[in-house]
Write a protein that binds this ligand. Structure first.
Ligand code: SAM
Ligand code: DTB
Ligand code: SF4
Length: 322
């Protein structure tokens, strides 16, 4: 018997979990992980930036904002043929999900129609599909669902209190509203945040509280460790202590026991030992392929070697449905 899922977490309860001795926290998180998941299976997704840069938003962590000079070359929406070539290559290298990312505040309807065609074509290859395109209206979410989209990624990023220190061009409620539209359209939600942006432990607890207290736990929870990009306001953010990163994953696992927990951006600068600790704490999905959207990710050969050393295997498509 496992405990029912909770959506009424109070901040002090969550902070108390962060405060546990490290071994106690990891033991609890790993026990919960094993009760709900195959502890040796990891879901692998490949990202593709289908529209890069020149974004009107001012997210302080993001190399794609037009407001910061990060040296990134802006690109138009990729043609379908190129997306398909990348999706086929991702499938051949072992990914089971393909995620289309666009540097938009929200998609225009003519762009959405093109993305819908991409989704249908990628789905027809036998890959699960995910997209992250910014804010969506309900009818746009429904269009993507009809096209065969499985997951929509839209992050809360940080606590409601710290959010205004990072982004000014859209508010927390805008994000919650998009998540409501996504759920109502019957799409699976992928929603998480970024740590290492100079936030406090209380903010990390507040992010996890906001995620766990959503009407439904996100199906997938990406925890990104900030990739510091020169030219962004957060380029010089203080490094988050690694055990604190592991604690954040462990507490996320305790609060959202059934969700897939993604060890997301930031793996390129993590040791194998740190990643192993993250998997033990409850992480069970990764981005796979040498690039995230615009920044680096470990080589597939390095990830395959790590899986071999740890005895991990890729999760079969659909095996994470509850
Ligand atoms: N433009 C859309 C949006 O923001 O909703 C979709 C793409 S956006 C790049 C997707 C997510 O990537 C962001 O919500 C953020 O959590 C993550 N991200 C962006 N830049 C990052 C960075 N430098 N380090 C870690 N995560 C980052
Ligand atoms: C998520 O939470 N992280 C991914 C995915 N969802 C779209 C994106 C990470 C982006 C890292 C910076 C970059 O490569 O541009
Ligand atoms: Fe634009 Fe998304 Fe980057 Fe924010 S995170 S600047 S919305 S691409």
């Amino acid at each position: 018997m496992t405990a029912p899922l909770r959506h009424n977490w109070a901040l002090p309860e969550i902070e108390a979990k962060f405060d546990l001795p490290f071994n106690d926290l990891l033991f609890q998180a790993h026990s919960v992980h094993r009760a709900h998941h195959d502890a040796n299976a990891v879901q692998i997704s490949t990202l593709l930036s289908i529209k890069t840069g020149a974004c009107p938003e001012d997210c302080g962590y993001c190399p794609q904002s037009a407001r910061f000079d990060t040296g990134l070359k802006a690109e138009k929406l990729l043609p379908l043929a190129e997306v398909m070539a990348r999706a086929r290559a991702a499938k051949a290298s072992g990914a089971t999900r393909f995620c289309l990312g666009a540097a938009w505040r929200s998609p225009r309807d003519q762009d959405l129609a093109q993305v819908a065609s991409m989704v249908s074509a990628v789905k027809a290859l036998g890959l699960e599909t995910c997209a992250t395109l910014g804010m969506l209206r309900g009818d746009q979410a429904a269009t993507l669902k009809s096209a065969g989209l499985d997951y929509y990624n839209h992050n809360l990023d940080t606590s409601p209190e710290y959010y205004p220190a990072v982004i000014s061009t859209r508010c927390y409620q805008d994000r919650l509203d998009t998540l409501t539209e996504v759920r109502d359209a019957g799409l699976k939600t992928c929603c998480g945040g970024i740590v290492g942006m100079g936030e406090s432990r209380r903010d990390r607890a507040g992010l996890l509280q906001a995620l766990a207290n959503l009407p439904a736990h996100p199906d997938s929870v990406p925890i990104n460790r900030l990739v510091k990009v020169a030219g962004t306001p957060l380029a010089a953010a203080a490094e988050l202590e690694t055990f604190e990163f592991v604690r954040t994953l462990a507490v996320a696992r305790l609060l959202m026991p059934r969700s897939m927990l993604r060890l997301s951006a930031g793996r390129e600068s993590m040791s194998e030992e740190l990643q192993a600790l993250c998997f033990f704490a409850g992480a069970n999905s990764i981005f796979y392929g040498e690039k995230l959207l615009t920044t680096g990710n470990p080589d597939t050969a390095a990830d395959q070697a790590l899986f071999g050393k740890l005895g991990l295997h890729p999760l079969a498509p659909g095996a994470d449905c509850h």
